[in-house]
Design a protein around this ligand. Sequence first.
Ligand code: ADP
Ligand code: MG
Length: 268
Amino acid sequence: MTTNLDKPAPRPAEPGRSMVLAQGVCKSFGPLEVLKGIDLEVGVGEVMCIVGPSGSGKSTFLRCINHLEKVNAGRLWVDGHLVGYREKDGKLYELKDSEVALKRRDIGMVFQRFNLFPHMTAAGNIMEAPTQVKGISKPEARARAHELLARVGLADKADAYPSQLSGGQQQRVAIARALAMDPKLMLFDEPTSALDPELVGEVLEVMRGLAEDGMTMIVVTHEMGFAREVGDSLVFMDDGLVVEAGHPREVLANPQHERTKAFLSKVL
Ligand code: ADP
Ligand code: MG
């Protein structure tokens, strides 16, 4: 049990309806306050895009959602469950590592750097977690890997190694690999920032398809066209806070805050 979180929390009104709910989420690294009270909500099946300057805490926030960092104060729920804690008799208890590992299975994450295993084929990369973590048989995992490769437009690349694939193709394999665990929520941390410009579109197309299929997604991106067309909401973060949030078209057409205006004038 922790000292700063031991007051019982008001349960979110309808936890089943929001996939992610953040209330006053704070995170520090030593004396450095990185998240200073993030409030936001992502509904089931919604796509939230997050933009903001480098160092504003976007990656840290995604890492908190994915149990890679522990929140210092505030509350963070994923699918109605408090991240990192279990509530019993009005008290909070830290989850054990094994319990955290179980929860993390439900969340897929795609990074700027694709981090595929270089010594495994595309199909091998996708089969790794289902066979190792979920104990799914190899033939079943292989069949599913082929299905997922088709879904990301790479049906003919099952036996290719990462070094034989373009950056855009590697990132699409990374998306397929995340999908192989059947996540409820997909987190994307600048998934196209490391790509040559001509390869960005193919990755965004795959993400758009996922959104259309109803996947709940949080996407940190500076691709404003994607945010406008695919996003249900757009959040502008600066200095560890949500400065502005709303429907992407409204935020983009009519930003309210000077900091949002200044940022958007640089990326649009
Ligand atoms: P963004 O993704 O918006 O660029 P980050 O969340 O990566 O921002 O980083 C926000 C701030 O937190 C930066 O100042 C960064 O140096 C700091 N930070 C992130 N992770 C750590 C860590 N593990 N230890 C110390 N400082 C960190
Ligand atoms: Mg980042």
